[in-house]
Design a protein around this ligand. Structure first.
Ligand code: PMV
Length: 328
């Protein structure tokens, strides 16, 4: 199946009763056990499962409108996007899957997380857009179907359909119908995620290209699926038993291992900047002194701190610029 066939299959028995407008919100999510590598690039089918936590009210609000025009219009945080930009082209390609009567759309997305710093990312954007399309066309799809459609926009978007801890099962079918996210019922109200934004002026390599380059050239990547399988079991147990040290340690170790596969790619991929590694050393030093803080890092230079509410005040003292989010 290709993308179009997959969408047609999911929407096969749906009515076509478009409203004029619709809107939806989706939270952004931070992977604790990372998704790194696709087994099918066209359908965004991953090599491994992954596990994330959604960031509650932090994410994207998307408003969609069918317009009488020969082209789409995209606005991100009230700023009109150039239709030739790489982000617009990705949006357009995703929307092309749904234009049943060749209609065009005006899409206004507002995020409450810093987009320029690469944190908003595509995850909440494509999830919010999928939810908005579902309302626009009155499809009444279930969460599993929405997760599959969001995945076609960006892999990690399939996890942003849910709040809390979310497990993306990779699936085994080549048609992509069994690769979607599942929410975990466990909650962890004391858990905090802190955003440490490092100004990133250099244009980062997209996760799509970075994954491709890693899979093609890194010998270390061969070990990655084995580590993910181990880390997923271990982190799941730590969530069930609320063992914070174990939970946060596995997250940090998993993130660093993902970055190690990139560093062993050729040409090498290094998302960390000088400030990133300075912060890592600071975190490790504070940990030696007894503060229970850990970090995770995605396809950018920023770090996300992982800690418990009881340590919030100390964390703020050491990182005054931090933005603290409580996922539960
Ligand atoms: O969904 P994408 O293509 O933006 O890739 C996400 C990759 C990571 O953020 C590094 C890991 C993850 O699981 O979210």
């Amino acid at each position: 199946m290709n993308k179009n066939e997959l969408v047609q299959f999911i929407l096969a028995d749906r009515k076509f009763i478009p409203n004029h407008t619709a809107e939806a919100f989706a939270p952004t999510n931070i992977a604790l056990i990372k998704y790194w590598g696709k087994r099918n690039a066209a359908l965004n089918l991953p090599v491994t499962d992954s596990l994330s936590v959604s960031l509650a009210h932090k994410g994207a609000h998307t408003h969609i409108e069918i317009i009488n025009s020969a082209q789409d219009e995209f606005l991100l945080n009230d700023k009109k996007l150039d239709l030739d930009s790489s982000f617009s082209l990705r949006l357009k390609e995703f929307l092309d899957l749904f234009r049943f009567k060749k209609e065009h759309y005006r899409i206004k997305t507002k995020t409450n997380i810093p987009v320029a710093a690469g944190l908003a990312s595509s995850a909440c954007g494509f999830a919010a857009l999928t939810l908005a399309l579902n309302k626009l066309y009155n499809w009444e799809l279930n969460a599993t179907q929405l997760s599959i459609l969001a995945r076609l926009g960006s892999g990690s978007a399939c996890r942003s359909i849910y709040s809390g801890f979310v497990w993306w099962q990779k699936g085994i079918d080549e048609n992509g119908l069994d690769s979607y996210a599942i929410p975990l019922e466990q909650r962890w109200p004391e858990l905090c995620i802190g955003l440490l934004i490092i100004n990133n002026k250099a244009k980062a390599l997209s996760s799509r290209l970075a994954m491709e380059q890693t899979l093609k050239t890194s010998y270390l990547y061969e070990m990655w699926p084995q580590q993910v399988a181990h880390d997923l079991n271990a982190i799941h147990e730590s969530i069930l038993s609320k063992d914070f040290e174990q939970f946060a340690k596995i997250s940090e170790h998993n993130a660093l291992s993902m970055h190690a596969t990139m560093l062993s790619a050729w040409p090498p991929i290094l998302y960390a900047q000088a400030e990133t590694t300075q912060l890592m050393h600071k975190i490790w030093e504070l940990r030696k002194q007894g503060l229970s803080i850990y970090f995770t890092q995605d396809a950018g230079p920023n770090l996300k701190l992982i800690f418990l509410e009881k340590d919030s005040a100390s964390v703020k003292e050491h990182f005054p610029e931090i933005e603290i989010i409580k996922p539960f």
